[in-house]
Design a protein around this ligand. Sequence first.
Ligand SMILES: NC(=O)c1ccc[n+]([C@@H]2O[C@H](COP(=O)([O-])OP(=O)(O)OC[C@H]3O[C@@H](n4cnc5c(N)ncnc54)[C@H](OP(=O)(O)O)[C@@H]3O)[C@@H](O)[C@H]2O)c1
Length: 268
Amino acid sequence: MNIGIIGAGNIGSALATHLHRLGHRVRIANSRGPETLVDVSRKTGAEPVSLHEAASGVDLLVIAIPMKSVPFLPKNLLGSLPVSSPIIDTGNYYPVRDGRIAAIDSGMIESEWTSQVLGRPVIKAFNNIVADSLLHKAVPKGTKHRIALPVSGADPQQKRIVMQLIEAIGFDAMDTGLLAASWRYQPGTPAYCPDPTIDELPKLLDRAMRDKAPQNRDQAARIMAKLPPDFPPRELVQVARLSAGLDRMRLRSWFALLHFLVAGFVPL
Ligand SMILES: NC(=O)c1ccc[n+]([C@@H]2O[C@H](COP(=O)([O-])OP(=O)(O)OC[C@H]3O[C@@H](n4cnc5c(N)ncnc54)[C@H](OP(=O)(O)O)[C@@H]3O)[C@@H](O)[C@H]2O)c1
């Protein structure tokens, strides 16, 4: 496939690496122009292009930018994107980073907001896996502990394309229905970033509490903001698993939680 990726940070680069390795032709763009993407291109194999080139005529478009940036994408960006091409939205809403988005604060589903701003349907995927896991934990089908990723959206054909890509990259894909249900894996829910298996994921989605999620998200964000940049991502996953009710008997997870709280200067 011809694949465009908008956003060349943690998630955009990780996806570019996988998709290029799978043999797809990957173009990647950021806000500052292709000349700033030489290193990204060397690392991922993706071709640095302008925003318009990334979205023009591709079979699949990935949007991997902070939510606050979505309204600032060029207005005619998607004019040359075929209607049949899925748009993957990897975004998460963090008020501390994105500022307040009133519609989402009032309960609008994050990807429904993005879809409304873009004026096109989106498929929500890859938002609930930390970039380190996305880059390093892909494994062949059938491998024990293979991570499962939820996929939501309205168009069954587009969802099928995205789910096949997820499987090809090295994760199990689970169809979680329409975007309307995707609040179940937004930040602050049990399914957010615990690297669940396909057996664990449905239970975590069921356990999500919509009214509690924003508070959980903001509390986690406050701690995360104080963590050193080299805080081990695998410990973040261990903390997410513990918070989701998994691995309660694993001593190593409790050590990770202790490290997380101490590094984030939270009084115990
Ligand atoms: N990091 C994670 O582990 C993770 C996991 C799952 C989902 N997510 C979500 O995925 C999204 C991207 O996260 P990230 O961690 O990859 O972000 P990031 O590392 O900060 O990278 C953001 C990228 O977006 C680009 N960008 C920003 N504004 C833009 C604009 N107006 N037009 C075009 N490109 C723009 C930036 O380009 P410039 O530098 O040129 O501005 C940069 O390449 C966020 O919503 C995040 O919450 C992140």
